[in-house]
Ligand binder design. Structure first.
Ligand SMILES: [Zn+2]
Ligand SMILES: [Zn+2]
Length: 258
């Protein structure tokens, strides 16, 4: 008997033009790979209409509303703007938001204020926050704590920080979501973090079209490949893929209130 696999990609950008030529086929491959659903995550306001359309067309697709910390915009978002755009039954999260010091397209102080605004909107809406942190561990944790993230909950997406940062987020009840980089050869430390996240806070994602897992590293990523992320984490946790899939999919449904 083969185990039935049911995975969930909690973070992808399949609205991007990378998928314009084969989006329907991509969704078919996702279903064939045992990926029952995905969340298409916003990086700006300009494309919210196309995210929303994808979620309205497909009953296994949901979307978020937010502006990426390193996305340059003319007008900074307000709590009211975020609440208005997120007022849709298929919008299940606020983000992606957070702090990104890897590239300095946006001033750190502007990033921090924007991050705070997103969390405040999420608390008003009672939706979880999708948090992007790159090279800004201390600042990200400080803002999450000061803005009482535990009131609405959240996800540390594409987790790539250390165990102390993971534990600080876990202490606030946040989910930890791993993407393709957990499969990269040199990332033993990240796999060690993935091995010890509490069962009910563990999530998987692709961050498509970026960060394709092994053996597709460097190629365009897509939700079907979340299976490779799941296989890697199942192995370090001593589980079968079907068990890991069932657990993380249940966690996704709880976290995003699907
Ligand atoms: Zn991100
Ligand atoms: Zn992303």
């Amino acid at each position: 008997m083969t185990d039935l696999i049911s995975l969930f990609d909690t973070h992808c950008h399949v609205d991007f033009s990378h998928f314009d030529d084969d989006r329907d086929a991509m969704f078919e491959r996702m279903a064939a790979a045992g990926v029952e659903g995905c969340i298409v995550v916003a990086v700006d306001f300009d494309h919210i209409a196309s995210l929303r359309a994808l979620a309205e067309e497909r009953d296994n697709v949901w979307f978020s509303v937010g502006i990426h910390p390193n996305h340059e915009v003319d007008v900074e978002p307000t709590v009211e703007m975020l609440c208005q755009l997120a007022d849709h039954p298929r919008c299940v999260a606020i983000g992606e938001t957070g702090m990104d010091f890897f590239r300095h397209h946006v001033d750190p102080e502007v990033q921090e204020q924007r991050f705070r605004t997103h969390i405040r909107a999420a608390r008003v809406l009672n939706k979880p926050v999708i948090v992007h942190n790159r090279d800004a561990d201390a600042e990200t944790i400080r803002v999450l704590r000061e803005e009482n993230i535990s009131e609405c909950g959240g996800v540390m997406h594409c987790f790539s920080a250390d165990v102390a940062t993971a534990n600080a987020a876990i202490d606030m009840g946040m989910s930890i979501s791993f993407s393709g980089n957990v499969t990269f050869k040199r990332n033993d430390e990240l796999r060690a973090v993935a091995a010890q996240v509490p069962d009910d806070l563990l999530l998987v994602e692709t961050d498509s079209p970026y960060l394709a897992p092994m053996p597709f590293r460097g190629k365009r990523n897509e939700p079907a490949y979340v299976r490779h992320v799941g296989e890697c984490i199942a192995e370090v946790r001593g589980l079968k893929l079907a068990e890991l899939a069932a657990q993380t999919t249940r966690n996704a449904r709880v976290r995003f209130r699907l």
